[in-house]
Design a protein around this ligand. Structure first.
Ligand code: SF4
Length: 256
């Protein structure tokens, strides 16, 4: 009998979006799977919120700059009093480095951060008329503001869809092979390619909150995960997705 060769399924799933040629590992998910992952996140948290307290773009820049290697809860505790007396670059400058240091001394690296807060206030006044600029190129010229901080500010203060890759996002993107990359910049570029545009605006918060509450660093809590059936992480411990319901407010924006 003639041997009939059966068509075998492709070994590698199709990448989520095949746009440009690129190096490095591909996303392990098909376009429809990525769509479904973010649809579920959007049901859980229809309006996810950033956890850093702020009252205007200036205080957001300061809060994000202070949050490096610190928890949002710790930053909020310190900035509540600081922003009550200094919510503009002019007032921050008038307060002076020493007093800023006193307000934020519970936050790690506070000496250096106080220096940066004063320096960035000065630069905002001298170069930008006291206003927070609206482009990444300008934002990263401010002392203590890197690409990640700039992305958070563009998204939260000015509603621009960006992908600020923090420790949670970097871990998830690689762990579940959604957008593998060796550096935060690689992961950022990869996520921007694979996440459907209509989910991009909230994707940053969804991934952070998913990483903070479910797909945790030491041990992912897969039995509580709404994408457990879709997840392709070698670390996952459960295939059954958790019930898809909207979460209570404390799991949407509470500081952790
Ligand atoms: S199934 Fe587990 S490893 Fe996969 S995303 Fe959910 S929590 Fe993370």
């Amino acid at each position: 009998m003639k041997n009939v060769k059966l068509k075998s399924p492709p070994l590698e799933p199709k990448p989520a979006k095949a746009t440009t040629r690129r190096t490095g590992p591909r996303s392990a998910y098909r376009t429809a799977e990525v769509e479904e992952i973010f649809r579920r996140f959007s049901v859980q948290r229809p309006e996810p919120k950033g956890e850093l307290e702020h009252v205007n773009p200036f205080t957001l820049v300061v809060a994000v700059a202070l949050s490096a290697q610190a928890t949002d809860a710790g930053v909020n505790k310190a900035t509540r009093q600081l922003f009550a007396v200094a919510d503009t670059p002019e007032k921050m400058l008038a307060l002076g480095e020493e007093r800023v240091r006193d307000y934020i001394k519970t936050i790690g690296l506070y000496r250096n951060k106080a220096k940066n807060v004063i320096a960035l206030s000065e630069k905002l006044i001298s170069d930008f008329g006291g206003e927070v600029p609206r482009t990444r190129e300008e934002l990263v010229t401010l002392p203590g503001v890197g690409r990640k901080t700039a992305n958070v500010v563009l998204s939260m203060a000015f509603g621009q869809p960006t992908m600020a890759v923090d420790t949670h996002i970097f871990r998830i993107a690689n762990r579940i092979r959604l957008a593998p990359g060796k550096t935060p910049d690689e992961v950022e570029a990869h996520l921007l390619r694979v996440i459907p545009e209509h989910y991009l605006f909230h994707a940053h918060h969804w991934l952070i909150l998913h990483g903070r509450y479910v797909c945790k660093a030491r041990r992912p809590e897969c039995e509580r995960c709404v994408i457990a059936d879709l997840c392709k992480s070698p670390e996952k411990t459960c295939d059954i997705p958790a019930p898809l319901v909207e979460l209570p407010p404390q799991a949407i924006s509470v500081a952790g």
